[in-house]
Design a protein around this ligand. Structure first.
Ligand code: GTP
Ligand code: MG
Ligand code: NA
Length: 349
């Protein structure tokens, strides 16, 4: 079938930034979960994946969209969470290499920090479009909570002093970004042309705790995806699949968390994986996902699938997967393929 603008896949969105800027909390807010509080030391140590259905995107942007009136055609959104701790550069690099668009989270109280800058460089090297979540606005002095509301509505009810602090901190962040060679602006102060056609980076003030601005960041990501990235989001039948993590799960044995960006992965497929000892062929015995709006790295009531259509994160079950390497591609041996050709192709990537 021809690839068309009417058959877009989910955009893959990666969340990056310095440790403790609120990346996981931001996802918790959208998921209505509490993943962050269960993390050892409150620190993320793995790549995560959460699928949001279109209906979730619609309800969580409804208030803002009363005025924006944006027609959502995306089937959903897949969000990859990454660790901000300095020792996980490899995971940030993996996350940034897999995504269509990124959220760079900056703590409004701290401005740009070391891993913010590292993340910036990763995104710019690949030319990945990104938005900045200027998070923790609720920590401005005397902030009046406007739970989950669009950020402009929330700013309207703040006192002059609070607004002054917000503006001064936001302006400091802009200057720091400029020092890194990044032009940015508060997103509603940009003309439509600025964020769809130029390399100006939109800033969205958010609170992951009280929820102000979360509607804005979701809607902005949808708009960027549909208006700017639609060509690369046209669904394509060729399998494009990468290993995110390899881990043992009680009762399931060794599982391979994969990101299927395009194409299908099906139960019974003969798949080729890269291992420390070279390529292996394994039959896919099971395909599991968490329910929508649930983090894949948290054990849950997994849903069993006969087939997975990209873009989606999936836990693959099979024999002999112990030595599969994270970050490597997965391919499927088709009816007309030679296994040896596919093995060579997988290892050459
Ligand atoms: P790593 O994954 O370890 O890099 O951290 P992270 O960026 O995922 O940050 P996390 O979600 O773990 O949040 C760090 C701390 O900041 C937690 O104590 C959160 O409760 C707090 N926090 C996150 N977002 C906000 C916010 O918007 N407002 C306030 N007041 N606190 C926040
Ligand atoms: Mg985290
Ligand atoms: Na943290």
């Amino acid at each position: 079938a021809a690839r068309t603008r009417d058959d877009l896949r989910c955009p893959v969105v990666v969340i990056m930034g310095h440790v403790d800027t609120g990346k996981t909390k931001l996802l918790d807010k959208i998921r209505k979960t509490n993943v962050q509080e269960g993390e050892a030391g409150g620190i993320t140590q793995q790549i995560g994946a959460t699928y949001f259905e279109k209906s979730t995107l619609l309800t969580q942007t409804a208030k803002l969209n009363e005025t924006e009136k944006f027609e959502l055609t995306l089937p959903g959104m897949l969000v990859i969470d990454t660790p901000g701790h300095e020792s996980f550069t490899n995971l940030r690099s993996r996350g940034s290499s897999l995504c269509d668009v990124a959220i760079l989270v900056v703590d409004l109280m701290h401005g740009l920090e070391q891993q913010t800058i590292e993340s910036l460089h990763m995104l710019r090297k690949r030319g990945t479009p990104f938005v900045i979540a200027l998070n923790k606005v609720d920590r401005c002095y005397n902030w009046v909570t406007c739970k989950d509301s669009p950020i402009r509505d929330a700013l309207k009810v703040q006192s002059d002093g609070t607004l002054q602090e917000f503006r001064s901190r936001a302006s400091d962040a802009k200057v720091q970004l400029q020092e890194q060679g990044v032009n940015s602006n508060i997103y509603w102060e940009m003309g439509d042309d600025d964020w769809t056609n130029s390399d100006f980076v939109p800033i969205v003030p958010t609170s992951a705790i009280t929820g102000e601005g979360v509607q804005d960041i979701l809607l902005l990501l949808c708009q960027i995806s549909e208006r700017k990235l639609w060509r690369q989001l046209m669904w394509c039948a060729n399998l494009q699949c990468t290993v995110l993590e390899v881990k043992a799960i009680d009762g399931l044995g060794m599982t391979v968390d994969c990101l299927v960006v395009n194409g299908y992965l099906r139960e019974g497929d003969k798949a080729v994986f890269c291992t420390l000892d070279g390529p292996i062929v394994a039959e896919i015995r099971g395909l599991l996902t968490p329910p929508p709006s649930r983090e894949m790295r948290i054990k849950s009531e997994y849903i069993h699938h006969k087939e997975i259509k990209g873009a989606l994160g999936v836990k693959v079950i099979g024999n002999g997967l112990e030595k599969v390497m994270a970050g490597t591609p997965v391919m499927v041996v088709g009816p007309d393929d030679e296994v040896e050709d596919i093995k060579a192709e997988v290892m050459s990537d």
